[in-house]
Design a protein. Sequence first.
Length: 148
Amino acid sequence: MNRLNRALVALAVCGGLFIASPLQAQTPAQTQKPATTLGKFIPPLRGTVDLEVQTPKSVVTKNMVVTTIVVRNPNQAPIAGLKCDEVWWSKSRSLVPGGGTYRHMKPLQPGEKLTITIETQKDSQMDRNDYQFSHAWGQIKVKPVKKF
């Protein structure tokens, strides 16, 4: 008789677990995954990448040349360590020392626009300038555009 009572109690407990678990699984709060606030990590590009660049604008003041360049990342992944070096040339095609450098500290996300401002000390030999773009993992292929 004692064994029969124990078997009935065990059967009732197991039956209760089998009945309660499907009911508990049907609640919407338990089946939904918690929402994450962070997006999916996308590794930065390596090698030669594309960069869209608008025509740079240089403004000359008394003793400074301020150059503004607007760029955009047309790729599907970020560009890490974007760097822009401004190089100045004289009329005799020799290099004028003192060009400026800009380094973007955060990865440039896909589709993101960035305004680069480079300030350089004015020199009487300065005639024309050129820009060299690079990033942490390689070179950049510049694609000139009129509008984004």
